[in-house]
Design a protein around this ligand. Structure first.
Ligand SMILES: CCCCCCCCCCCCC[C@H](O)CC(=O)SCCNC(=O)CCNC(=O)[C@H](O)C(C)(C)COP(=O)(O)OP(=O)(O)OC[C@H]1O[C@@H](n2cnc3c(N)ncnc32)[C@H](O)[C@@H]1OP(=O)(O)O
Ligand SMILES: NC(=O)c1ccc[n+]([C@@H]2O[C@H](COP(=O)([O-])OP(=O)(O)OC[C@H]3O[C@@H](n4cnc5c(N)ncnc54)[C@H](O)[C@@H]3O)[C@@H](O)[C@H]2O)c1
Length: 715
């Protein structure tokens, strides 16, 4: 709703009231229509200020309403009537003015923003475009190139940048409403014709065609199959080439296509999923809102390899003092140099001083006596990690949280080495740890809710999207990934090439195909783990191990020293070690032919659909098993992990949402088909939760938690 009052004698004040972000629900739109009319009819009122309650102007249209049939006054005429008003309308922007919120402000004649406010048109991130006139007004106000940047990326700008771009008229450090009221008093009675943005001509651009061709090419490349960014370019082009009313028609036409698209549903699901994972709960019933985190003032990182360096940098960037410990002197010196460079580069990008003094370097574990939390990032070796946890338990002060960055080892085995197993959790970061947004917080059977709450809060402080998951080999992400990479190897055995598989995966929307990714992270990492598990045995090429199908292809490459990019050879060929450009490798193709001949395998033609089904459906099936086992609390957790940790295209929602879009019956039928064809691959057998969901009519993904809860309560 919206509240009306009159202040300073002649200023009408309209306050949007819809906590927490004053989204433009039907009730708020009705409130605005009613209060604007009141203000315009009030003869005492000479100018009007629109603000939002509780320090937030407006977070845009109410996304939850998009699922329902529309009711209440529509946004476009509402904003138009504000622009047409004969009394000056001033937007007082605090907190956020996003999407429809900024469009509302652009309908006003003036905009005053607090210096801490953020503004933007992020509709593209929800699979939409700014369709309440934003795509037509913003280019008219700030020019086509700047509007294209904001609308196609959805990025938020600070008040200072908004002032520089010309989006706002004034920035204040004081009370925004007071500044806006003062401003409104000063413009009362002034002519408004020159303040109505829809009447502006779009600033002229030399060689418009070249500009749009260039932008469209860039957007197509970065969109990875997403349709909204392309529609955004088309809408801005309409603003640049058509009169306002025709531009608005085009905006509406483009929006109609996006609004009902599967991509918009996926992106909006993902928006709420990101928020849902913050409201974690453990099978014990412990939850985010009843568990209090411990204070963390000082942190330690042990092991300064690839991961330890990124984690320490991310901690320092979050403002925390970090003590680092590295066993090898040479590695310590190298890490110090590399981490200082990382901090300097990051600081330059953010325009701040590099927090070099936040990190101290040591080779002595005794230096960790006074830290509140330790993140262990030594080699992926259970015996070594156990030794480190034993030492940490003796050295650290009582109450210190001991966390491991293991990629998938048993967190509970590590906890058992310590005096306080309840203070042990996994904090599984993704490489590069100072860049990647995802953090899996892994609780073992003995981890306390307080330990989980502390790790989740630290993740938030580091700017991560943290997901709490249970303890099992590989946790959620790597447990599912294993099947994906294994299926990709099976496809090579059956006749595919790395290029063919990668092309299918990249066309689906992943930034990198499975073999390119494997070359980037290093084939030796998985090889080391498989050797430790006695699965990989040098010199052996048997294709059945431990009673099930096994592809030794990756092991055979490693035996030849082909570790990927770092050695200049892997699934692809690189011009030199460390080079990033993958070239198709005739040697590899020949090697595959020889391998198939040796094992009596006949290569067959494999199409894109089979590649996608074979790589993605087993992962989805494992996702259902993870839900059934209670390792993830809901499909949202799995989807957020895959989108933010593994590059699953966001416009496909995540693996579990994608399954619901494809249709659970189809996923089940294809898994049954592949299991029949490959009975030596047990994980292709459809999971009982998937069968159950199909049996009850494939409810939407938002309802799965209920089904899982019932399933668990019956066990
Ligand atoms: C046949 C078909 C015809 C088709 C024609 C249809 C035409 C329809 C005409 C529509 C006109 C288009 C209008 C407009 O262009 C579209 C939009 O405005 S889309 C919305 C754009 N806005 C955003 O993307 C902003 C989203 N929000 C945020 O970024 C952040 O929430 C924030 C505002 C920066 C605040 O951040 P925080 O303080 O961290 O808070 P949270 O993020 O945790 O949020 C708190 C709480 O609020 C919920 N929420 C936030 N924004 C919205 C929203 N816009 N709608 C609904 N709910 C919102 C959020 O989910 C949290 O709640 P919780 O999930 O925790 O319960
Ligand atoms: N590399 C990745 O992509 C990735 C991603 C997520 C998680 N992980 C996990 O993170 C951990 C570290 O991986 P990494 O890739 O950074 O390894 P790495 O080999 O790059 O670095 C490990 C570092 O630990 C040091 N070290 C070993 N024993 C030590 C000890 N007792 N005390 C102090 N330092 C010691 C080593 O000298 C080395 O510098 C592993 O458990 C790994 O599975 C790795």
């Amino acid at each position: 709703m919206a509240q009306y009052s009159r202040i300073s004698g002649s200023v009408g004040l309209i306050t949007l009231k819809n906590p927490p972000v004053n989204a433009l629900s039907a009730a708020v739109r009705q409130g605005i229509v009613d209060t604007v009319e009141k203000a315009l009819c009030d003869p005492q009122v000479k100018s009007v200020v629109i603000c939002g309650q509780d320090g937030v102007f407006c977070g845009g249209a109410d996304v939850k309403e998009f699922e329902k049939s529309m009711s209440g006054p529509p946004l476009i005429p509402m904003i138009h009537s504000i622009e047409c008003a004969t009394k000056p309308m001033v937007a007082a922007i605090e907190g956020s003015a996003l999407g429809g919120g900024l469009e509302l402000a652009l309908g006003c004649h003036y905009r005053i923003a607090h210096s801490k406010a953020r503004l933007g048109l992020p509709e593209v991130t929800l699979g939409l475009l700014p369709a309440a006139g934003g795509s037509q007004r913003l280019p008219r106000l700030i020019g086509v190139p700047a509007a294209l940047d904001l609308i196609t990326t959805g990025r938020h700008v600070t008040a200072a940048e908004a002032l520089q771009l010309g989006i706002v008229d004034q920035v204040t450090d004081h009370k925004t409403v007071d500044a806006a009221v003062k401003f409104a008093l000063s413009v009362a009675g002034k002519p408004l014709d020159a303040r109505r943005i829809s009447t502006y001509p779009c600033p002229v651009v030399t060689d418009l065609d070249a500009l749009f061709e260039d932008v469209m090419q860039k957007v197509r490349q970065s969109a990875r199959g997403a349709i909204a960014p392309i529609a955004c370019v088309q809408a801005v082009r309409a603003a640049a080439t058509l009169p306002y009313t025709r531009g608005m028609e085009r905006e509406k036409e483009l929006m109609a296509t996006l609004f009902t698209s599967g991509q918009a549903r996926a992106l909006q699901y993902n928006f709420f999923a990101q928020r849902a994972v913050g409201k974690w709960r453990m099978p014990s019933g412990a939850r985010w809102d009843t568990s209090t985190p411990r204070p963390v003032h000082k942190v330690a990182v042990i092991g300064l390899g690839t991961m330890g360096r990124g984690i320490a940098v991310a901690l320092a960037q979050a403002g925390l003092p970090v003590v680092t410990v590295e066993a090898q002197e040479k590695q310590l010196m190298e890490a110090k140099r590399v981490m200082s460079d990382m901090l300097k580069r990051g600081a330059k990008r953010r325009g701040v001083a590099p927090p070099l003094d936040k990190i101290s370097y040591s080779s002595n574990i005794q230096d960790l006596a006074d830290v509140d939390l330790v993140i262990e990032a030594v080699f992926e070796d259970m015996d070594l990690k156990k030794k480190v946890f034993l030492q940490l338990s003796a050295v650290c002060k009582p109450g210190t949280l001991l966390c491991t960055n293991t990629s998938g080892l048993d967190v509970d085995q590590l906890a058992s080495q310590t005096r306080n197993p309840e203070l042990v959790v996994g904090m599984h970061f993704f490489a590069p740890a100072h860049v990647m947004k995802l953090l899996e917080v892994v609780y073992g059977p003995r981890s306390s809710p307080q330990a989980v709450a502390t790790a989740m809060q630290l993740g938030k402080k580091m700017g991560k999207i943290s997901v709490a998951v249970g303890n099992c080999r590989g946790f959620v992400g790597n447990r599912m990934l294993k099947l994906y990479t294994e299926q990709a190897s099976f496809l090579l055995e059956e006749g595919a090439t790395p290029d063919l598989v990668d092309r299918a995966i990249e066309e689906f929307g992943f930034p990198m195909g499975v073999f390119r990714m494997s070359d980037l992270s290093g084939l030796d990492i998985g090889w080391r783990v498989r050797k430790e598990m006695k699965l990989a045995v040098p010199g052996q090429s048997a294709r059945i191990r431990e009673g099930r199908r096994y592809s030794p292809l990756g092991d055979l490459l490693c035996e030849q020293g082909r570790f990927g990019q770092k050695t200049g050879r892997g699934w692809y060929r690189y011009n030199k070690p460390g080079d990033r450009v993958a070239h198709s490798d005739p040697w590899l193709h020949h090697f595959l032919e020889e391998y198939r001949a040796q094992h009596g395998l006949v290569a067959r033609r494999i199409d894109q659909q089979e590649i996608l089904e074979r790589c993605l459906y087993p992962m989805i099936n494992e996702g259902f098993r993870i839900l059934q086992d209670g390792i993830a609390a809901g499909p949202e957790d799995i989807d957020v992990i895959y989108v933010f940790g593994y590059g699953w295209p966001r416009h496909c929602g995540g693996p579990m949402f994608y399954a619901s879009m494809v249709g659970l019956e189809k996923v089940l039928e294809r898994l049954e088909h592949y299991y029949q064809a490959h009975p030596d691959v047990p994980y292709l057998q459809p999971c009982s939760l998937l069968r159950r969901l199909v049996a009850i009519g494939s409810p939407p993904v938002q309802k799965w938690r209920e089904v899982i809860k019932n399933l668990h309560s019956q066990l």
